[in-house]
Design a protein around this ligand. Structure first.
Ligand code: TXE
Length: 480
């Protein structure tokens, strides 16, 4: 059984306490590797290594840091097939998705921030004879990056890359549910010649290694992506220590479809925005609101398309959906389908496990599920399910759909489908979401800001927002 190792001070090493956790292959429902169950001792060693490496790393020129980070990006690209297979096996997502989305984005995360630092500018305010002001941005020091299981390497590198590029040293913890590609990244960093201690990867549970990172006085900032409940807990721990916090949390995103939309494009994209990655993307549109004149036409066409989605083993080319990430998560998603029935919903399609043959018979496969007939304010429509489940709700007016869309505690993403651009901009300004797509979904430019409001998080990632999060700015005023 493969045993993963921590990456501390440039070396791959076992956890101090010698304890390991089972790591499951969700497509077979079987343990296929072991990961370090690290604790405070391992985190302490990682923080010490980061602190020791900070002086040299932070005083390298942007070009020097950029070159090392570009080597990591190139090695991710060179090993992309191996990384994609590892990601698919670890998370349960179709290989095609890992190959076309997850791994290329991890490569691009490193490349984007490695080059962004070669071009960034800071303000200068001239006061004439009274002098002038300049903004001096400096790295924070040792920072913590904690990431979730849905887009493992994609989100892990999206935190680590800007932190390193800005001159910080990092202690990072991937989700214990999907640790494999983070471990493989360790090996690539060693091959790339990343100096010892600049990046440290400590595997383990949230309450174990994660909590120790958040509590450690040497970790000066935390960038976290995960559940809202966990984000709340981390904020409570870190706030009294005045650590900088970036929290990317859950979502319950509205997909608002007006009658004048481009019907075919709306239909095909909505199938994707509902069920990509088995609905395990914080940006998925899980509440679909359809203007009444096209409600039945859209509903029937949507269900017809959803029925054709092939759910199967992730490595099979025909699989459009793979397995959800774990048994507990599968049970959680199924419990919400039960709740929807209790709340008066009608399951138009799905709601059951998808039996698989042979070695996959114990995998965690769920049907894409479409439900109608629920009130907009019931629990099914208010709580994050984070699985292949969407609800359909008709609406008659813009005011009504905005009231329903904005009724949850979340505010991460929204999609708007209309060809009336006045209405598109009006609804975009009114909907309480931090990321809004009009007539498209998941179109991404890494320069753009990323994040949500309300219970979806605090702060923004992406582009210069990320580099600014990972630096401390000073205003220096000089009179001469
Ligand atoms: O997240 P957790 P999970 C949502 C989704 C999902 C729920 C829980 O609804 O069902 O969150 O998912 C670490 N101190 N999203 O279990 O528990 C943990 O080890 C420090 C939305 O993955 O929040 C992991 O590395 N760290 C999200 C990371 O936090 C702690 C994507 C996320 O774990 C910790 C994924 C602690 N006390 C889930 N407790 C999105 N917005 O994309 C846990 N962790």
């Amino acid at each position: 059984m493969k045993k993963l190792l921590n990456y501390i001070n440039g070396e791959l090493k076992a956890p101090a306490g010698g304890k390991y956790l089972d790591n499951y292959d969700p497509s077979r429902g079987k343990v296929y590797s072991l990961i370090p169950d690290s604790g405070p001792e391992d985190v302490e060693e990682a923080v010490k290594a980061a602190q020791a490496a900070f002086g040299e790393w932070s005083t390298k020129t942007a070009k020097e840091r950029s070159e090392i980070m570009m080597r990591v990006s190139q090695l991710i690209d060179k090993n992309r097939e191996h990384l994609a297979k590892a990601e698919s096996l670890d998370n349960g997502k179709p290989l095609k998705l890992a190959r076309t989305v997850d791994i290329p984005r991890a490569r691009d995360n490193f490349a984007f921030f490695a080059t962004a630092i070669l071009h960034d500018e800071d303000p200068f305010y001239n006061m004439g004879t009274a002098g002038f002001n300049y903004t001096l941005r400096q790295p924070i020091g040792t920072v913590g990056c904690i990431s979730p299981w849905n887009l493992p390497l994609y989100l892990f590198t999206w935190k680590i890359a800007p932190a390193l590029a800005a001159g910080n040293c990092v202690v990072a913890k991937p989700s214990e549910v999907t640790p494999m590609t983070a471990f493989l990244l360790s090996e690539l960093c060693i091959e790339a010649g990343m100096p010892a201690g600049v990046l440290n990867i400590v595997h383990g549970t949230g309450p174990g290694a994660g909590q120790a990172m958040v509590e450690h006085p040497g970790v000066k900032a935390i960038s976290f992506t995960g559940g809202t409940k966990t984000g709340e807990h981390i904020a409570r721990t870190a706030a009294p220590m005045f650590k900088k916090l970036s929290l990317e949390l859950g979502g319950k995103n509205p997909n608002i479809i007006f009658a004048d939309c481009d019907f075919e494009k709306t239909l095909s994209t909505s199938v994707l925005s509902s069920f990509a990655n088995q609905g395990q993307i914080c940006l998925c549109g899980s509440r679909i609101f359809i203007e009444r004149p096209i409600y039945e036409k859209f509903r029937d066409a949507f269900v017809e398309k959803v029925k054709k989605l092939q759910v199967g083993p992730p490595l099979e080319e025909s699989s459009k959906m793979g397995a959800v990430v774990s048994k507990p998560h599968m049970d959680k998603v199924l419990s919400y389908v039960e709740l929807a029935r209790e709340e008066g919903g009608t399951v138009l399609y799905g709601g059951e496990r998808v039996p698989q043959a042979g070695e996959f018979s114990e995998g965690y496969y769920l049907q894409p599920t479409v439900i109608e007939g629920l009130s907009y304010d019931c629990r099914t429509n208010q709580e994050e399910i984070f699985g292949p489940v969407v609800t359909l709700t008709p609406f008659d007016t813009e005011e009504e759909v905005l009231r329903m869309a904005n009724s949850t505690n979340y505010g991460l993403a929204a999609t708007i489908w209309t060809q009336n651009l006045n209405r598109a901009h009006r609804v975009a300004s009114e909907v309480q979401s931090g990321i809004i797509w009009i007539n498209c979904w998941l179109v991404r430019d890494l320069r753009t800001l990323f994040g949500g409001m309300k219970a979806s998080g605090v702060g923004r990632e992406g582009g210069y927002e990320a580099l600014h999060f990972f630096t401390e700015p000073k205003n220096v005023c000089l009179q001469y």
